[in-house]
Design a protein. Structure first.
Length: 336
């Protein structure tokens, strides 16, 4: 799995934390294999704000007729609705109360080029301020896909591979248990601890509301029904939508825009449980959906029988790359 792909798990984990703190314990981007993933080596640059109906485009304007391009004025930042501002503040406040969190996570990847649906089932752990782990294995293959491709042919269903991502606070391990290879990334000392939220995995560690607005264009989506909704269907029946919150995020920075073009999050309006998280790749050919069942979430447990962050790749596994993240890669975005 890629580090950027983990962004969606981070969104889910932090927003789910709001529920479990309030109620107490409850009773399409193809990932690269470890050894092939690479850190971004260039400083994060400001991406062009998206136009209506368009995803952000990478790269600078090209000169015409040998004339250097004119310096463009920054476009005016869209005003975030007060309702969304309030949600960001609540998210920050509630996630800061969570010291430990674990639960189940499911992933569905839809490849429109090959009409393939890939399913994975996993578990995650988080411990404040900077330790996390996500394990994935093949998902349930017993049901056919609901997705249709060319000529209305259903997508072919397949299981995903066995992968682990472990962050110890000082190092990140990306482990492919099928290929027996792994990557290791050292985190600079000044970015360890609470400052790790400025890194490439900000949502997992509780990004501040101000940082979220600084890094992403945020808006409320078309499925935002905080009071619920009733919809008349063509067959005469009525579909009832429960109260839910729909947040859409578009990256401002090229370092993000190169990996994904849009993320969508649906939350229960009362409990803040993430109902669905959707990520689109820049080419719009891969759609990845994540779900986290609230029934399996456990928050602030006193003791875990085993420390999930102590796990390491077996000595027989091959090291793909061993690198140190740079300060430029981990610094927060800067607005102009």
């Amino acid at each position: 799995m890629t580090r950027r792909e983990l962004l969606t798990y981070c969104v889910a984990g932090c927003l789910a934390a709001d529920l479990v703190v309030k109620s107490g314990p409850a009773g399409a981007q193809q990932p690269q294999a470890p050894g092939r993933a690479r850190l971004q080596t260039a400083p994060p640059t400001q991406a062009n704000p998206p136009q209506q109906g368009q995803a952000p485009q990478g790269g600078a304007a090209q000169p015409q007729n040998g004339t250097p391009p004119k310096q463009q004025r920054p476009q005016t930042e869209l005003q975030i609705p007060k309702e969304l501002e309030d949600l960001l503040v609540i998210w920050e406040q509630q996630s800061s109360k969570v010291t430990k969190l674990r639960g189940e996570i499911y992933r569905y990847k839809y490849d429109s080029v090959y009409s393939v649906e890939t399913r994975a089932k996993g578990v995650f752990w988080y411990q404040s301020p900077d330790m996390g782990r996500i394990d994935f294995g093949p998902g349930d293959l017993s049901k056919t896909s609901d997705k249709k491709g060319i000529n209305d042919i259903l997508y072919v269903v397949q299981g995903d591979g066995n992968q682990r991502w472990i962050c110890t606070g000082k190092q990140v391990f990306i482990i492919d248990d099928d290929k027996h290879i792994f990557d290791k990334i050292d985190i600079p000392a000044q970015q360890q601890g609470k400052n790790i939220m400025n890194g490439p995995l900000p949502f997992l560690f509780g990004m501040k509301a101000a940082q979220a607005k600084q890094r992403y264009h945020l808006s409320l989506g078309s499925m935002h029904f905080p009071q619920g909704r009733q919809e008349k269907l063509a067959n005469g029946t009525t579909r009832r939508w429960p109260p839910q919150i729909h947040i859409v995020a578009v990256p401002k920075l090229q370092v993000d825009a190169r990996e994904w073009s849009r993320a969508e999050v649906q939350l229960d309006a009362k409990t803040f449980i993430p109902k669905a998280i959707k990520l689109f790749n820049p080419q719009q050919t891969m759609e990845t959906v994540y779900t986290l069942p609230p029934s399996g979430m456990k928050a602030n447990e006193a003791v875990w029988l085993n420390n999930p962050f102590n796990d390491r790749p077996p000595t027989s596994y091959t090291l793909g790359f061993d690198e140190r993240a740079t300060n430029e890669e981990l610094q927060p975005a800067k607005t102009k």
